[in-house]
Design a protein around this ligand. Sequence first.
Ligand code: DIR
Ligand code: MN
Ligand code: MN
Ligand code: MN
Length: 301
Amino acid sequence: KTVAIVGCPFRGGQRKLGVDKGPIALVEAGLPDQIKELGWKVKFDGHHQFEEISAENDPPIGKLLNPRLVSKVCKAVSETVGDHIKNGELPLTLGGDHSLAMGTISGTLDRYPEACVVWVDAHADINTPETTGSGNIHGMPVAFLMGLGPTIPEFSWVKPRLSSSRIVYIGLRDLDAGEKRILKENKIKAFSMHEVDRWGIGRVVEMALDHVNPDRDRPIHLSFDVDALDPSVAPSTGTPVRGGLTFREGHYICEAVYETGCLIALDIMEVNPSLADTASINQTIAVGCSLARSALGETLL
Ligand code: DIR
Ligand code: MN
Ligand code: MN
Ligand code: MN
């Protein structure tokens, strides 16, 4: 069993500086060695080097910001993730902003068309190029993966293969009006913080997995945006939203997904080691590492 770390120092899917330093910080904090201690072989040969596309060569397409850059980076990431899965390795992608999941999940679906996605986030990241208010593509990867919204030739490599029944959300609490409509129209299962409060995280994860993976026989791609956690737990992230998951709730999700034995790809996204004081930054980096460890088999006993 081998984990392949895919470090993605990328911030082009949103406007804030610093999230491209997330993967570097997670690795420098010792994540590769921590994963080795869990009994995995770890492959990491440096962070992804992305070719630059200068801003003047990448004007907006409609409202989309940095569209050619995001597309090119995500395409490269999808190939890398797909290759690791083909080699029998479990790709752990470190973001970077969450637009990268367009790449990671495309790579997963290339190898496992039947895979399901557990998306843990304060946000649904399902705006289309038409519904987006911000133009930030990190708010849109799920729409691209599902083929919602208009066709953008620059993103034609993204095959619309993720069906609405194969994704489930946990942790939502900050959706745009268009996103709420899209979730309803497509009958997408979502457990917001309201459901976490009502049922508790144990029942929520069980119901979430029952929905996307009733017989626990489908491969699972876990895409974890650290802003799903409460800002008191993960303060150093680009779009913190109060009322989030506790430290234990976040880790419980990872532990429960690991326990299924179905995890085949993992994303830890939106750690931004520049948006707070040193203590908060270190706290957020540490939590990024411990979420990854929990999803890879670390137990409390
Ligand atoms: C908002 C915020 N829905 C947008 N999305 C964020 O820009 O589309 N996603 N922050 O992580
Ligand atoms: Mn996100
Ligand atoms: Mn988010
Ligand atoms: Mn975000």
